[in-house]
Design a protein around this ligand. Structure first.
Ligand SMILES: C[S@@+](CC[C@H](N)C(=O)[O-])C[C@H]1O[C@@H](n2cnc3c(N)ncnc32)[C@H](O)[C@@H]1O
Length: 304
């Protein structure tokens, strides 16, 4: 197995926002290499940590790393409530989301996440379930592929790249990361690695249904929280952060009257207190040590 060294982002700030009761039950919904989990454990006395990941390799690695000190569940975090209701029926004290992919997934060519190394064009976080990127490239129409590149990659040259992909697949199936990278680079030579990064991000989001997972994950995690429990989320691009921001704002809003109504008649009370009045960003020092932290944004709320 490729090394699982994943340097956790905004480690101290994240765990300080999450753990407010050392005897509580906490969920790391995106276990990865267990970097945040390790720090959470240090903050617990009689409390418990439950770790989720959809990637069987992350679960296997954390089983070796933590033994019995963490309860591990291989699942998508959109199913968090279903998993937690039998084992934590009175609710949990905190849920952490550290979205996106781990360094292990990116650096392991067999998983197909990287355009810098050749491997099968897979990009599934759980390689045993759903359609791979090669399946999508093989089967989607021009319109569907272009929509994915535009919406999830914010790719300005989506039409040109999509046409090149369709033309290439008529000649031979596109089954490896290098084949796809080659088609993209030839279609938009001036765009360099930026286009490659945007297209691979778009396919990754589509293959793993990442944005819907975030919306459902946040909603279900919220339902699983006890009063006083906290939701803490680390995002890495605007599509993720927008969903977190919108969800947290909806829970922190007092009045739910229509905006055109001049006077509040709902008497609404906010369901959450915001713990990060301003989004938390890594320092330049952290970014220098860990370039992955560059785009990180940390937000947290507490259930009333
Ligand atoms: C950025 S890494 C987490 C790194 C971790 N915090 C650490 O310190 O090592 C994200 C992890 O979340 C997992 N993941 C992403 N989306 C998921 C989902 N919808 N359900 C469950 N796990 C998910 C990925 O497989 C990956 O292992």
């Amino acid at each position: 197995m490729t090394s699982f060294s994943h340097q956790p982002v905004l480690l101290r700030q994240t765990v300080e926002l999450l753990v407010h009761d050392p005897a509580g039950i906490y969920i790391d919904a995106t276990l990865g290499g267990g970097g945040h989990a390790q720090e959470i454990l240090k903050h617990l006395t009689t409390g418990h940590l439950i770790g989720l990941d959809r990637d069987p390799d992350a679960i296997e690695y954390c089983r070796e790393k933590f033994g019995d000190s963490i309860r591990l569940i291989q699942t998508q975090f959109s199913k968090i409530q279903r998993e937690l209701s039998p084992i934590a029926p009175t609710g949990v004290q905190g849920v952490l989301f550290d979205f996106g992919v781990s360094s292990y997934q990116i650096e392991n060519p067999a998983r197909g996440f990287s355009f810098q190394q050749d491997g099968p064009l897979d990009l599934r976080m759980n390689p045993t379930s759903g359609q791979s990127a090669a399946d999508l490239i093989r089967s989607l129409s021009l319109q569907e592929l272009r929509r994915i590149l535009r919406t999830y990659g914010e790719e300005p040259q989506a039409t040109r790249i999509t046409k090149a992909i369709i033309k290439a697949r008529q000649q031979a199936p596109i089954e490896t990361t290098a084949q796809l990278a080659n088609v993209i680079s030839k279609s938009v030579p001036a765009a360099g690695v930026k286009a490659l990064a945007r297209v691979f991000q778009a396919l990754r989001i589509a293959v793993n249904d990442e944005l819907e997972e975030i919306v459902l994950g946040l909603e279900n995690a919220w339902t699983s929280l006890a009063a006083g429990g906290r939701l803490v989320a680390l995002s890495y691009h605007s599509l993720e952060d927008r969903r977190v921001k919108t969800f947290f704002a909806s829970k922190s809003r007092t009045c739910t009257c229509p905006p055109e109504q001049p006077i509040c008649t709902c008497g609404g009370q906010a369901q959450a207190i915001s713990l990060t009045k301003r989004v938390v960003r890594p320092t330049l020092e952290e970014i220098a040590k860990n370039p992955r932290a560059r785009s990180a944004r940390l937000r947290a709320i507490q259930k009333r």
